[in-house]
Design a protein around this ligand. Structure first.
Ligand SMILES: [Ca+2]
Length: 282
């Protein structure tokens, strides 16, 4: 299934080479296309191979014990969705697979889909009320996978320590969707609206809008023993990790390095996801 992503990517690469686009450098690694389109139609951004500092920035006095120590992680190149997965794309997944619709398990006032149907008005909003398995199933249908926790953090941060995807300036309502109380679909913002809030790689909503499932099991001590290259999290656990802070948080939780655990069967109105994919070997 991954192949289809790369076929599309190769096509874009081919076009880019033929057009002689200036950002295409010499050497195969630099020739990876900066952006590809997944099988689900969602644009994905290249995160180049190399090291980055993971965890609470050195010298910072805040951050949880589970977010320390700051440690260097080296990742292979990969692609990550530029945007959180939307209801509109999730509807296509449901139509193609018969997968269950998003639904809050206990509180109907927290549903945006009704009787399994998606109101057109919520198509551009990030999907919520999906558990870890729903997110994983979507990504696999799209020929992708959930990002690892390390991949997610690098895509949000870049290669140097910073506190927020846009830098160290304190969050404002120009950067992200946060500090909200639930009032139905008005709570969420269409993905990709916060130009000032994007990451160094041009990935949107890595802070705010919805919390995002990542692949890893949660272990509060993992950073003390993480392998340096391509860490994939503990082999087992009881909870998965959420990153990316949602509409429901205040400033301290917006920081890139914030780690939150959630039971993989949990579905709530503040949690969605985005997908990732390996870059082809070179
Ligand atoms: Ca987010």
């Amino acid at each position: 299934m991954v192949r289809s992503v790369w076929c599309q990517g190769s096509l874009i690469l081919l076009l880019a080479v033929q057009l002689g686009l200036p950002h295409m450098g010499v050497g195969w690694a630099k020739d990876l296309p900066q952006e590809i389109i997944g099988k689900d139609g969602a644009p994905m951004v290249l995160i180049p191979a190399g090291p980055f500092p993971m965890g609470v920035p050195k010298g910072a006095r805040d951050g949880g014990v589970d977010e320390r120590p700051n440690h260097v992680v080296e990742l292979d190149a990969f692609y990550i969705d530029k945007y959180e997965v939307t209801n509109g794309r999730y509807l296509e997944f449901i139509r193609a697979t018969g997968h269950r619709p998003p639904k809050h398990p206990t509180d109907p006032t927290k549903n945006l889909w009704h009787d399994g149907l998606m109101p057109e008005s919520i198509a551009p909003l990030p999907v919520v009320n999906v558990d870890w398995f729903d997110a994983k199933a979507y990504c696999e249908w799209a020929g992708k996978r959930l990002p690892t926790e390390a991949e997610w953090e690098k895509a949000a941060k870049g290669t140097e320590d910073r506190r927020f995807p846009w830098g160290d300036v304190e969050p404002t309502d120009k950067h992200l969707n946060f500090n909200q109380v639930w009032r139905g679909e008005q709570t969420l913002v269409p993905v990709g609206m916060y130009e000032k809030g994007k990451s160094p790689y041009g990935v949107y909503d890595m802070a705010g809008n919805v919390w995002e499932w990542v692949a890893d099991w949660y272990d509060p001590t993992y950073y003390q023993k993480s392998p340096r290259r391509n860490p994939k999290g503990p082999a087992s656990g009881t909870h998965r990790v959420l990153r990316g802070s949602g509409w429901n948080v205040e400033t301290p939780m917006v920081r890139i390095f914030t780690r939150v655990k959630s039971h993989p069967l949990n579905r709530d109105h503040a949690t969605g996801f985005r997908c990732a994919a390996d870059a082809p070997a070179h």
